[in-house]
Design a protein around this ligand. Structure first.
Ligand code: SAM
Length: 329
């Protein structure tokens, strides 16, 4: 098992399949993009599946979420999903995506064994979408989310980041839209993970502000901590349910104490936290001929060193050198 020194057990693996992305969300990546990882540094499909297999067969991982960068840009995605769905015990498989191009592959992903999709969408207004992402792809995203729902990749959860002065007034409108389309909306507090290092706590739209603006329009009832488990989102029932809305308050209400996640970057580095400043190299060991037992041992050692919390509030907090796109959100 992947156990840390505080007794937390990681059963949820986030696998980044690429650091590349076709959007340029201002809180993540500069408009000109970034220097992408060299191809030879990125795990091959076989290497990804091997490490997922080690995690599932030997380390107790039960859920695998593919992310990035933009995972739909990974050519072998459907094949990777197919092979991971054939593992025993079969892990739950999900995808975090900006949904651009999802309309073309949603059915194939569902047939391959993908269980669920989380889409990312911060605004339903065309002008704001372009301001936030530097791309005119809102219609593609909307079509992609609908395709995921129609393919049965449900519940389709939609993640939204609110940015002050850009879309911070849009929470109720986004929620009304999500309810109309049968999506489960979750707001994520902006985290200090942008490549530009432009994050500031004062500018961040807080969970409290988001809730206040939602409660002005919707009747929200909190779902208790017991039902929340290790989920990052705090959840509210809307008008008594069953529809829900979530807020992932990573900054103002951290949930590190119940974290059950471990992460693998596109180049095969284990990270114990989004905000970790250290990584453990599995790719090097794998390419040097390590067997499954040795890979599992290295992963366990990495997990043992997981920090108690992300430390954003510590005076000595340093933003990780890698941006979110290179870690895998
Ligand atoms: N490209 C995919 C997508 O858009 O979902 C997967 C990767 S993206 C890094 C995963 C999630 O991280 C998205 O929902 C995105 O909005 C969120 N994200 C990126 N940078 C963030 C930041 N600085 N703070 C909070 N969330 C962030």
């Amino acid at each position: 098992m992947l156990v840390d020194r505080y007794g937390r057990v990681a059963t949820d693996l986030r696998v980044s399949l690429t650091d590349r992305c076709n959007l340029r969300c201002t809180y993540c990546m500069p408009e000109e993009g970034l220097a992408w990882l060299p191809r030879e540094d990125v795990l091959t499909d076989d290497e990804v599946v091997r490490l997922v297999r080690v995690a599932v067969e030997r380390l107790g991982v039960r859920e695998v979420r593919f992310t990035g960068g933009e995972p739909l840009l990974r050519r072998g995605l459907v094949d990777i999903v197919t092979r991971c769905a054939a593992l025993t015990p079969r892990p739950e498989l999900s995808l975090t995506t900006n949904a651009v191009g999802l309309v073309r592959v949603a059915d194939k992903l569902a047939a391959a064994g993908l269980d669920r999709v989380n889409g990312s969408l911060d605004t339903i207004r065309h002008d704001r979408f372009e301001t936030l992402t530097h791309r005119r792809r809102l219609d593609d995203v909307l079509a992609g989310l609908a395709a995921a729902r129609d393919a049965g990749l449900e519940p389709v959860k939609v993640n939204a980041v609110l940015m002050r002065g850009i879309n911070d007034d849009e929470a109720p409108e986004l929620l009304a839209w999500a309810l109309e389309h049968g999506y489960e909306l979750r707001f994520i507090e902006q985290m200090p993970l942008d490549a530009q290092h432009g994050w500031s706590r004062d500018a961040m739209v807080t969970a409290a502000e988001i809730l206040e603006s939602l409660q002005a329009v919707f009747d929200l009832t909190p779902i208790g901590d017991v039902e929340r488990g290790s989920a990052p989102a705090e959840t509210w029932l809307i008008s008594g349910g069953p529809a829900k809305v979530g807020v992932i308050a990573s900054v103002t209400r951290p949930f590190c104490g119940s974290c059950d996640r471990t992460r693998l970057t596109a180049e095969g580095q284990v990270r114990t936290c989004l905000f970790a400043r250290e990584e453990s190299d599995l790719r090097g060991a794998l390419r040097a001929g390590a067997d499954d037992a040795e890979l599992a041992r290295r992963w366990e050692i990495a997990m043992a060193g997981k920090a108690a919390g992300h430390g954003i509030d510590d005076p000595g907090f340093l933003q990780p050198s890698r941006p979110m796109s290179a870690i895998g959100g």
